[in-house]
Design a protein around this ligand. Structure first.
Ligand SMILES: Nc1ncnc2c1ncn2[C@@H]1O[C@H](COP(=O)(O)OP(=O)(O)O)[C@@H](O)[C@H]1O
Ligand SMILES: [Mg+2]
Length: 316
């Protein structure tokens, strides 16, 4: 006898031919999971096969549908090993539970000059710091969609962080995306670059600006959201596959439906809202101070931190 055939469908189960499979499907037993939980007598009754054969078929269905279980403590151990990148601001790091997290997407939204890009520069430098000192000992991929990447800021921030500024600049791969195709392709094709260069941070600054200008008007919204969805899922996939952190920035608009309180709402709709694991709302305060609000996090309470934008980067 050759190798046993993998069991994927009802027809692959021992003793179940196409006719029996059809009968079962008509009765609502459409997949292996449903067969696996049946009692032999019931399967026998529905299908007309003998109880003994039904037992064999159920056993095979069970084997083909084993689920993988993890204990919560195993997941906890794995989570503790997930790296974090310091933001440069102690309060903000605390708010985030130790910095922005690898394997997930952190979004910063806010008005013009609220500090979204400055934070992306700081993270691109800090990711290079040793593990345990606020970094992940890795490099950064920076997708600049607005033409606002500033190497001179990297230089100052790196110097202040005690890094060699030239090396720090060399460790950041910058792509200036002029349209959404370039933005999407950069991420689609990033696996090789990431692997070969130990990239541990991917920045998209900003996520929505090209999408908004290219897909203007109601008629284009469906296509925009579809492309955006695939794009952001690829970002999450990169995060998972390479244990890296993704930081995206987002623009805001005033939502007229919000009558009381702050009507400032990030753009991009549900797709961005669902895909971003952690959402930060940045807003201007006095002078160089910025208020950062943790809006959405799976494990940290909502709250606010104050950070400063200085020549040396983000600080307390
Ligand atoms: N070298 C610097 N020293 C201090 N502050 C700076 C420096 N460069 C930019 N900033 C401040 O950063 C702010 C712009 O933040 P930025 O992150 O670029 O905004 P956005 O949220 O639009 O991306 C400005 O208020 C500017 O004063
Ligand atoms: Mg910016």
């Amino acid at each position: 006898m050759g190798k046993e055939k993998a069991i994927r469908e009802l027809e692959d189960l021992p003793g179940i031919g196409p006719t029996t499979a059809e009968k079962l499907k008509e009765a609502g037993y459409t997949d292996l999971e449903k067969i696996a939980v049946l009692a032999p007598h019931d399967l026998s009754e529905i299908s007309g096969m003998s109880v003994d054969n039904a037992k064999k078929a159920i056993e095979a269905a069970k084997q083909a549908t084993t689920l993988e279980y993890n204990t919560a403590s195993k997941i906890y151990e794995d989570r503790k090993a997930i790296g974090r990148i310091s933001t440069g601001c102690k309060d903000l790091d605390e708010l985030l539970g130790g910095g922005i997290e690898a394997k997930s997407i952190t979004e910063a939204y806010g008005k013009f000059a609220s500090g979204k890009s400055q934070l992306s520069f700081q993270l691109s430098v800090n990711v290079q710091l040793p593990i345990g000192s606020g970094g992940l000992a890795g490099k950064a991929l920076f997708v600049d969609t607005e033409g606002t990447f500033r190497p001179e800021r990297i230089e100052s921030i790196a110097k202040a962080a005690g890094l060699n500024p030239e090396e720090a600049l060399n460790n950041i791969f910058v792509v200036r995306a002029e349209n959404t195709s370039q933005q999407i392709l950069t991420i689609e094709r990033a696996d090789k670059l990431i692997k070969e260069n130990n990239i541990r941070l991917v920045v998209v600054d900003s996520m929505m600006s090209l999408f908004r200008s290219e897909f203007a008007g109601r008629g284009a919204l469906g296509e925009r959201q579809q492309k955006l969805n695939a794009h952001i899922h690829k970002l999450q996939k990169l995060a998972d596959t390479h244990s890296l952190a993704v930081y995206i920035t987002n623009q805001v608009m005033d939502n007229p439906a919000i009558l009381f309180g702050d009507p400032t709402t990030p753009v991009g709709g549900n797709i961005i809202a669902h895909a971003a694991t952690t959402r930060l709302y940045l807003r201007k305060s006095k002078e160089d101070k910025r208020i950062v609000r943790l809006v959405d996090s799976p494990n940290m309470p909502e709250g606010e931190a104050v950070m400063k934008i200085t020549t040396n980067g983000i600080s307390d």
